[in-house]
Design a protein around this ligand. Structure first.
Ligand SMILES: N[C@@H](CCC(=O)N[C@@H](CS)C(=O)NCC(=O)O)C(=O)O
Length: 196
């Protein structure tokens, strides 16, 4: 497998997942210009990362889909529970929650603040989402309870967008969860490989 990656981007989730499963892989680091160039647009028509070249040469897009697929390829890693197990539906739930609820809220909020516009609505939406996650995390260290999953990779990476910018002690439990996840050896290895 080969990951087309750019430091600080959504492809860091995939790099971390590759390190969690212990699969052999190669990485090609792309600059902004290379992402938009013709060669990369043949892989990703929108000129984005991540793009993962599979062993058979096909290209898989969308960070969450790639991470879920990698977990399925390496079931012994435990980061995507087996089909039919009680936890399987919840890895979908929290992964889609991260992508469809959390990410748009936090990216939208960052954009508003960057444009010096009112971010109150985004802030309120995030407060509700954060409370929801904190309630779940009272049952265990990870979103699925005792076992770390792809949902934690994606949620914690997105949450870090908020917490790395906000030095306050709001959502202390969620902040501690984010730090716990990001401190995993697989993520530290991924950061070294990905130059983050
Ligand atoms: N929904 C896609 C979004 C991918 C995406 O927007 N990637 C950004 C980097 S985080 C990108 O490559 N943008 C194009 C650019 O900055 O040139 C995914 O999760 O894979």
């Amino acid at each position: 497998m080969r990951l087309y990656h750019s430091p600080g981007s959504r492809s860091t989730r995939v790099l971390w997942t590759l390190e969690e499963i212990g699969a052999p892989y190669d990485v090609t680091i792309l600059t902004r210009e290379e992402r938009r160039g013709e060669e990369h647009r043949r892989r990703h028509p929108l000129g984005r990362v991540p793009a993962l070249e599979l062993d058979d040469g096909r290209i898989l897009l969308e960070s969450a889909a790639i991470c879920l697929h990698l977990g399925d390829l390496y079931p012994e890693s435990g980061i995507v529970p087996a089909i039919g197990s009680p936890q399987r539906p919840f890895v979908y739930q929290w992964t889609f929650f991260a992508m469809a609820e959390l990410e748009p809220t936090l990216i939208g909020w960052a954009r508003l603040l960057g444009e010096e516009r009112d971010g109150t609505e985004s802030q309120e939406r995030f407060a509700e989402q954060a409370a929801m996650l904190e309630a779940v995390l009272r049952d265990g260290p990870w979103l699925l309870g005792e076992s770390f999953s792809v949902a934690d990779v994606i949620c914690s990476k997105i949450l870090n967008l908020a917490f790395s910018r906000d030095p306050s002690d709001r959502f202390a439990e969620l902040r501690a969860y984010t730090e716990r996840a990001l401190a995993r050896p697989a993520n530290l290895r991924a950061e070294a490989v990905g130059r983050d």
